[in-house]
Design a protein around this ligand. Structure first.
Ligand code: HEM
Length: 410
C-alpha cells in the first residue's frame, strides 16, 4: 500500500487537532482524492462510541441520502456520535424516523413550509431584522454573531413557534448548549450538564407551551403540532415535544451560521462584495454560495440496514455511515476551483442534504431569512470590516462561528 494511502487510512478524523478552526477542508480534500469512503475507529471525547464510515464525495452522499432502505435514519440516530442523547428521543423526531412514519409526520409540516406560505412572511422577517440592526445605532463595533445573527434568527423562529419575545435569549442559550454541547463557551456545563439540566429545561418549557396551546389554539406551529392528527390519531406528548425541539434546533442554528460565515467571506473578498453592492439582485446567489462553502451542518448520519457496498467499500449491517456535506460541497468533480468563494457560481450544493426523504424542510424559510439578512446588513453597513479574529464553535456537527467582531463603518 502506498504511504499516502496508508496515512489516510490511519487518519483519526475526529481528533481535535483537525477541527481547531472549523472543519478540516484540506483533510477532506485528501480523503476525496485518496480514500473517499474512510473508516474512523473512535472518538476522542466518547471512548464508548462505535467508529464510523465517512462518505466524502457528492456522488456517494447522493447515493446514501436517497436509499433509506439501505441507509436508515431510525436505526441508530442521525449524528456520528450520540453523545448520551437517548435514541428514543432521536426517534421521536421525524428526522430520526424512516418511512412510512417519517413521511406521514413530515407531510403535516410541509403544508406550512411551502415557498408561497413562507414568502408571505417576508415583510415580518424584514421588520425583525431591521429592528435588530436599529439597536446598533451609535455603536462603532459589534459582534455579528451575538448582536445581529442570534437575536434575528431567534425572533424569526420564535414567532413561528409562538414563543414570547422576552424568552428568546433563554431559548437561544438552551439550543446553543445542546447543539454546541462540545464547545465550552456555548456549553460550560459539558455534555452531562446539557443532558441533565438543559434538555429537561427545554422539555419543561415546551410542555408548558403545549398546555397553553391545548387550552387555547393559536395559528403558530406549536399549535399545529398539538392539534394535528396523523391517520386519525393525535400526536403523543413526547412526539410534540421532540417536533418542537427539531424545529427550534434547525431554525436557531442554521441560518445564523450561514449568515455569519457568508458575511465574513464577503468582508474577506472585497471584489465579491463590490459586485453585490453594485447589483443587489445577486444576493440570492451570494446566499447559495455561502450555503455551499459553509454548510451549517457539517454532517448527518445513517446506519446500514444490511451488508452492502459503497464505492467499492464493503459496509456491514449496523455500521454508521456519515455524510460530510462540508466535504461534498467542495468536491472538485462538481465545482471548479472549489475552495474559491464566487457568488456568480450558481452551483447546486448539498447544504440542505442530498435529496431523498430527509431533504431539509426549512429551505424556503432559510433562503428568505438569509436574503433579508444580507440585504439589510449590506444596505446599512456596506463597508463593514472585520475587527478581530473570528472563532469557530468546537463541534463535529454544527459548523458555525461563535464570535465575529466587526467594525460597522471604517
Ligand atoms: C441554512 C439553513 C439550513 C441548513 C443548511 C439546513 C440543513 C439541513 C440538512 C442537511 C438536513 C438533512 C438531514 C438529513 O439528511 O438527515 C435538514 C433537515 C431538516 N431541516 Fe434544515 N437546514 C436549514 C434550515 C432549516 C430551517 C430554518 C428549518 C425550519 C425551521 C429546518 C428544518 C429542518 C427539518 C425539520 C429537517 C428534517 C427533515 C426530514 O427529516 O425530513 N431547516 N436541514
Amino acid at each position: 500500500m502506498a504511504t499516502v494511502e496508508r496515512d489516510l487510512k490511519s487518519l483519526e478524523l475526529t481528533a481535535r487537532e483537525h477541527w481547531g478552526d472549523g472543519p478540516p477542508y484540506e483533510v477532506f480534500k485528501q480523503l476525496r482524492g485518496g480514500c473517499p469512503i474512510h473508516w474512523t475507529e473512535s472518538f476522542e471525547d466518547f471512548p464508548d462510541e462505535a467508529g464510523f464510515w465517512s462518505v466524502t464525495t457528492a456522488d456517494d452522499i447522493h447515493t446514501v441520502s436517497r436509499d433509506w432502505q439501505t441507509y436508515s435514519s431510525e436505526r441508530g440516530g442521525v449524528l456520528a456520535a450520540a453523545a448520551g442523547f437517548p435514541i428514543e428521543l432521536a426517534r421521536a423526531m421525524f428526522i430520526g424516523m424512516d418511512p412510512p412514519k417519517h413521511d406521514r409526520l413530515k407531510a403535516l409540516f410541509q403544508a406550512g413550509f411551502t415557498p408561497r406560505r413562507i414568502a408571505a412572511h417576508e415583510e415580518a422577517i424584514r421588520e425583525i431584522v431591521v429592528r435588530v440592526l436599529d439597536r446598533l445605532e451609535g455603536r462603532r463595533t459589534c459582534d455579528l454573531v451575538s448582536d445581529v445573527a442570534q437575536p434575528a434568527v431567534s425572533r424569526v423562529i420564535g414567532s413561528f413557534m409562538g414563543i414570547a419575545e422576552e424568552d428568546d435569549a433563554i431559548w437561544a442559550r438552551l439550543m446553543n448548549s445542546t447543539l454546541g454541547a462540545a464547545d465550552p463557551d456555548l456549553n460550560p456545563g459539558g455534555f452531562e450538564g446539557a443532558l441533565e439540566n438543559d434538555l429537561p429545561e427545554i422539555f419543561d418549557r415546551c410542555r408548558k407551551l403545549i398546555a397553553d396551546r391545548r387550552a387555547q389554539p393559536t395559528d403558530d406551529l406549536t399549535s399545529v403540532l398539538v392539534h394535528s392528527e396523523v391517520e386519525g390519531q393525535k400526536l403523543e406528548e413526547h412526539e410534540i415535544v421532540m417536533g418542537f425541539f427539531l424545529l427550534m434546533a434547525a431554525g436557531n442554528d442554521s441560518t445564523k451560521a450561514t449568515y455569519c460565515s457568508g458575511m465574513r467571506a464577503l468582508m474577506e473578498h472585497p471584489d465579491q462584495r463590490r459586485m453585490l453592492l453594485e447589483d443587489p439582485a445577486l444576493v440570492p446567489d451570494a446566499v447559495e454560495e455561502s450555503l455551499r462553502m459553509f454548510p451549517a451542518f457539517a454532517h448527518f448520519r445513517r446506519t446500514a440496514t444490511c451488508d452492502t457496498e459503497l464505492h467499492g467499500q464493503k459496509i456491514k449491517e449496523g455500521e454508521k455511515v456519515v455524510m460530510w456535506y462540508v466535504s461534498s460541497n467542495r468536491d472538485e468533480t462538481r465545482f471548479q476551483d472549489a475552495d474559491r468563494f464566487d457568488i456568480t457560481r450558481k452551483a447546486e450544493h448539498q447544504a440542505f442534504g442530498a435529496g431523498g426523504r430527509h431533504f431539509c424542510l426549512g429551505t424556503a424559510l432559510a433562503r428568505l431569512e438569509l436574503k433579508v439578512l444580507f440585504e439589510e446588513t449590506l444596505a446599512r453597513y456596506p463597508q463593514m470590516e472585520m475587527a478581530g479574529r473570528p472563532a469557530a464553535v468546537e463541534s463535529l456537527f454544527i459548523n458555525q462561528l461563535k464570535t465575529l467582531p466587526v467594525r460597522l463603518r471604517p
